[in-house]
Design a protein. Structure first.
Length: 743
């Protein structure tokens, strides 16, 4: 008797990430590459190839059977480019075939054809600009003379379709302004004049820039797709499974329940583009769907770097006024970020950056302007695990610069401004930073920071005053410190509803099943320990089930769901309920728990004020560096990290996670090389507070502490990371030039 077909509800979907999509293979696999636009502007007429061998295929937007656009956060973007080009390198087609080398060879012969009227207009303008006679492209005689002159014209990338450039002008897509104190009471010019023209205060203005630099050894983005009966299988490094399914369903016009996603491992540092991974998978799925063959596409490292960069390009300017006692009397912040030609989460990024712009310090008067704008660069995404890092880098370096200017120890300056009792203007955001001071004090103590800082600072001052030549000196030394916090929830989100859900089931033979998204191995151990302690069951009898019915798949990205404090708290409550029922009800006993919305009521989205975050964890990092003045090689002599993450469930697992994060960050501080460090000290301050996330604390502190230390060693300000040997050389030369000019 034939087996009855499974219903949608019965069809399970695994949310556990296993293996790598690039390792997957099936018989008859076609290898794919993307055809990209050679120009940044223009109107595409078609994508053609003179001769396509049998078994090789070229698909464009015209071949898409369903909707040609992906839907992200209620905004649309093209799956494959058509009509007006958005940026240079925009995918306008996908080419695939059985021989990978042959596919690459054929790619060289693919032509992206632009509207001839636009092209002729562009060429006429270019020739007119170069004082050439305008030719008639319909006459052969003019064409002959035109060929001899064409090479002298500027690149088509710069002139093509000039009539349409206005359609892609830069526009503002996100804005947030925050004012407190004097900026709220007076006009902005009046407040700035009052604060930043006060001769008794120290005034400092500096631009800061931290660029995300993913490790090169990580697998690049791509996808592997194949069909089995009515089901389309997709293997991809996604962290947003439901969005990928919805995108492919929309593009191919097939039911989402007929799409099975096999999640593969993603980078622990930065995800592979969130919504952009869905677009790449849809491009590959299109080829597989139309050919009825397995298709694999793996982006090259160059494509990954050029078109899939994490986060957004951000410039941050801080202007501060500090009293002789070290109190931040005024802070003006301008945050400007480039989202490329499209980013559906621009406002979310602007809001998060604005909220953390002052860290947990409490200046008297604050003015923050955050703007996001488009450009002719590739589209960008939101980096959920690194969204605050650039801001912490800027504010902590600014504090270090103020400390040098005021001759205060960095410890003194920060402690004064964490608890500013003289501030009569309440800050717009409510942060609980009680444990931050303890973190900071312990880091200063275990690293012997104050003594080393004073010694290195005096050495730097002597070098500046004596104008000593550092090129033939002993190794230069410096030490830096940085604070940050990391949050579990952002209550002001307008993009993701982080509704945590968990189900715990007690089975026969004292076996427990926790039904939730499968987290890292360390967090799994924490969950198991929580359940084991409450129900008095061996950890070996506890399993985590990450299979979901199709209708119950989580709608939000995995990174948007906190997997330590919130989920662990839900597991704890579920186990407590089971404990009450276990001897009074028949097994199995299942208890479902969901996150309460009560805490979110403390945040007001309309006034953009209140308590914006859930439970927070704090960290202070100290970095001591040594710079070889002959080779320009940096060496980190020591890293001291002190963390308060509330209730600590598994110290060994936390230590492993932190050490891994440190090693990953050491590869991103200097371009094209990793800086070794053998002396790493990690300390935890245990408290009874709710457990907080630790994953981003290293990224939020280590870069700022490193750049502050290197600035002290160089006796000049390092404002950008990752740095290069050339950059350090130029900084030293500029300092010498300034010293000579001063003399």
């Amino acid at each position: 008797m034939p087996k009855k077909e499974e219903t949608v509800k019965q069809r399970k979907r695994s949310m556990e990430a296993t293996g790598f999509y690039s390792d997957a293979s099936r018989e008859g696999t076609l290898f794919a590459v993307l055809v990209r636009s050679p120009a940044a502007t223009g109107k595409i007429k078609g994508v053609t190839i003179p001769e396509l061998p049998e078994g090789y295929y070229l698909f464009t937007a015209q071949d898409i059977p369903g909707n040609k656009k992906v839907l992200v956060n209620n905004q649309e973007w093209k799956i494959l480019g058509y009509d007006d080009v958005s940026y240079s390198g925009e995918p306008v087609g996908i080419l695939c075939g059985p021989d990978e080398n042959k596919v690459l060879e054929l790619l060289e012969n693919v032509s992206v054809n632009f509207d001839i009227d636009s092209l002729e207009t562009a060429l006429k303008k270019a020739m007119k600009h170069h004082k050439r006679p305008v030719v008639n492209l319909s006459k052969m005689s003019d064409l002959t003379s035109f060929v001899s002159e064409i090479n002298e014209l500027p690149s088509l990338d710069t002139v093509i379709d000039n009539r349409r450039v206005e359609q892609n002008v830069e526009e503002q897509v996100a804005y947030r302004e925050i004012k407190t104190g004097m900026f709220l009471k007076k006009s902005i010019p009046q407040a700035e004049k009052k604060l930043f023209e006060n001769t008794q205060d120290y005034i400092t203005e500096q631009n800061w820039k931290l660029t995300f630099l993913p490790p090169l050894w990580k697998e690049t983005c791509g996808s592997f797709c194949w069909k089995e009966g009515k089901y389309l299988h997709i293997s991809a490094p996604t962290r947003w499974t439901t969005h990928l399914m919805a995108t492919v369903s929309r593009v191919l016009d097939i039911p989402a329940e007929n799409i099975i996603v096999h999640k593969t491992k993603t980078s622990g540092v930065f995800s592979k583009g969130l919504w952009r991974t869905s677009v790449v998978s849809a491009q590959v799925a299109l080829a597989s769907f139309l050919t009825s063959k397995p298709v694999k596409l793996v982006l090259t490292q160059e494509e990954q770097d050029s078109y899939m960069a994490p986060g957004v390009d951000t410039n941050i300017t801080y202007k501060t006024a500090v009293t002789p006692e070290g109190i931040l009397s005024g802070v003006s912040v301008i945050i400007d970020f480039d989202v490329g030609c499209f980013n559906p989460f621009a406002q979310e990024i602007a809001d998060r950056m604005s909220i953390v712009a002052c860290n947990y310090y409490k200046p008297k008067n604050v003015h923050i302007i955050t703007k996001g704008h488009t450009s002719k660069k590739p589209p960008t995404s939101i980096c959920l695990r690194g969204i605050d890092s650039q801001i912490f880098f800027a504010i902590e370096n600014q504090m270090q610069k103020i400390a040098e200017q005021t001759n205060l120890l960095p410890e003194e300056l920060r402690k004064i401004n964490i608890q500013n009792k003289d501030n009569k203007y309440p800050f717009v955001f409510d942060f609980d930073s009680q444990n931050a001071t303890e973190c900071f004090s312990k880091a200063v103590q275990i690293s012997d920071f104050n003594r080393k800082y004073s010694s290195y600072n005096m050495d730097a001052i002597d070098r500046i005053q004596e104008n000593s030549n550092p090129f033939f000196a002993l190794p230069l030394r410096g030490i830096g410190i940085a604070n940050s916090f990391n949050v579990s929830d952002f209550y002001g989100t307008t993009s993701f509803e982080a509704n945590c859900k968990v189900e715990v089931t007690l089975l026969q033979n004292e076996h427990i099943v926790i039904h939730a998204l499968n987290p890292s191995q360390g967090i799994q151990e924490i969950w198991k320990k929580t359940a084991a302690d409450i129900l008095k069951i061996k950890k070996e009898n506890i399993t985590i089930d990450s299979e979901f019915d199709f209708a119950d798949l989580p709608d939000t990205p995995e990174d948007a769901i906190n997997s330590i404090s919130n989920v662990n708290e839900l597991i704890k409550k579920a186990c407590q309920d089971i404990e009450k029922k276990r001897f009074h009800e028949a097994l199995p006993i299942s208890v479902k728990k969901a996150q309460s919305a009560t805490l979110k009521k403390n945040w007001n989205n309309e006034t953009f004020s209140g308590t914006p975050f859930g439970p927070a964890s704090f960290a202070t990092a100290v970095v001591e560096v040594e710079l070889d003045t002959y080779t320009y090689n940096e060496r980190i002599k020591g890293i001291w990290l002190v963390i308060d993450c509330g209730e600590l469930f598994d110290k060994r697992a936390a230590l492993r996670a932190i050490r891994l994060e440190i090693q990953q960050q050491l590869e991103m501080l200097v371009k094209d090389k990793s800086i070794p460090c053998d002396n790493i000290t990690i300390s935890f301050i245990e408290s009874k507070n709710k457990a907080g996330q630790i994953g981003d604390l290293v990224r939020n502190t280590l870069p700022a502490a490193f750049s502050s230390a290197l600035s002290l060693a160089l006796a000049t300000q390092l404002t950008k990371l990752p740095c290069t040997e050339k950059q350090i050389f130029e900084l030293i030369k500029k300092r010498e030039t300034r010293a000579e000019d001063k003399e």
